[in-house]
Design a protein around this ligand. Structure first.
Ligand code: COI
Length: 356
């Protein structure tokens, strides 16, 4: 794979910054973008020299395949700043591996590792003022690839654009979320693209989620497409259940996104001596645990969502409220994770990656 040195990345700096117009204490997720963006095009069978430019609109032909066939994948990552101004990424190698796994499933060419890391580091250093220190602050990083070839025959494109844009972020969900367990619609199926961060996986959730929202539920916990009996993931996050003191989450399969936060929570459960099981979780068992009082918590885990508690779920017309408890696992995992991300605690698994 091609290698690149940071000096070889062409940087066109923005003449002015938007940063002074941003209210960093009132951020809505994903609305404001930093001053620069990273661009790399795939042409003539290879990734061309990348560049960093002022954040701006793109000119892409309306016939570009991405608009017709959704040939697009993305990632979600975050950068954090500690009190000394050092910048850290969290397990970025996992995102790099995953974007290429997603790309392969969508017939998109693999992106070179050094382009990914050198490009991202150069961009973060340039826009470092946008990364605010302090727990709860982060810079959300969105790498993505789109098929740009202007041709509408249904086949993989010959040209692509890899980009990275960044957005200062606080919480994705400000309140605990109310969820529906899916009974009719499905997010993914065996042999499909559910494991990939494919753009279309998200679009396909919008309509059923809007129906859930009309009923007062912000999210859907997706169930397996064939029986709707097993709980899988929540679309914006993976999902964990606490029954008694046991933590349970579904195993990865080709329908579920292999979440970086999910795998970190499982490792932290191990570190903290919390009893956990990675196995299929049925709707039936969670409903009966809710009825007999042993269901203590449900929470989601994701890069944007971090750890987000679920306060109620609905299934088959029954609504179960999940009262807040003291010493919640959700709070423990959130604090443990954020302390590592913000360089406030020991990083015994080597998850922090300093941007120098
Ligand atoms: C992320 O957590 O990074 C995601 O991509 C989820 C998205 C809904 C913001």
């Amino acid at each position: 794979m091609a290698e690149i040195h940071p000096n070889e990345i062409v940087v066109v700096k923005s003449e002015n910054t938007k940063i002074n117009s941003v209210d960093f204490s009132n951020l809505i997720f994903g609305r404001v973008f930093t001053d620069h963006m990273f661009i790399c095009d795939f042409e003539d069978g290879k990734w061309q020299p990348p560049k960093i430019m002022p954040y701006q609109a793109l000119t892409i032909e309306p016939s570009a395949r991405v608009f017709h066939y959704g040939q697009a994948v993305f990632e979600g990552m975050k950068a954090y700043k500690d009190a000394n101004g050092n910048i850290f990424l969290f397990r970025p190698d996992e995102n790099f591996k995953r974007i290429n796994k997603s790309a392969a499933r969508l017939a998109i060419p693999e992106f070179p590792e050094s382009y990914f890391f050198e490009g991202m580091k150069t961009l973060l250093k340039l826009d470092s003022d946008w990364i605010k220190p302090g727990i709860g602050n982060s810079l959300y990083i969105r790498p993505f690839v789109i098929a740009t070839e202007p041709a509408i025959s249904a086949s993989p494109a010959a040209t692509y654009r890899f980009m990275i844009i960044c957005s200062p972020a606080k919480a994705y969900y400000n309140e605990p979320v109310r969820v529906l367990f899916a009974e009719k619609y499905s997010r993914s199926a065996d042999g499909g693209v559910g494991f990939a961060k494919a753009a279309g996986n998200y679009a396909a959730q919008f309509y059923p989620t809007s129906l859930a929202q009309e009923k007062g539920f912000q999210q859907i916990i997706w169930t397996d497409a064939s029986t709707h009996e097993y709980l899988e993931e929540a679309g914006t996050m993976n999902i964990f259940f606490r029954v008694g003191d046991k933590l349970i989450t579904a195993p990865n399969n080709d329908r579920i996104l292999d979440g970086v936060t999910r795998k970190s929570v499982i490792q932290l459960a191990e570190d903290l001596g919390i009893d956990y099981e990675v196995r299929r979780v049925s709707v039936k068992e969670i409903k009966s645990a809710a009825k007999d009082g042993s269901l203590k918590e449900i929470f989601g885990a994701g890069t944007a969502a971090v750890i987000s508690p679920v306060s109620a779920f609905e299934h088959g017309g029954d609504v179960f409220e999940i009262p807040e408890i003291e010493n919640a696992y959700a709070s423990l995992f959130k604090k443990t994770l954020m302390d590592i991300q913000h360089n406030l605690s020991e990083d015994k698994h080597g998850w922090r990656h300093e941007v120098r």
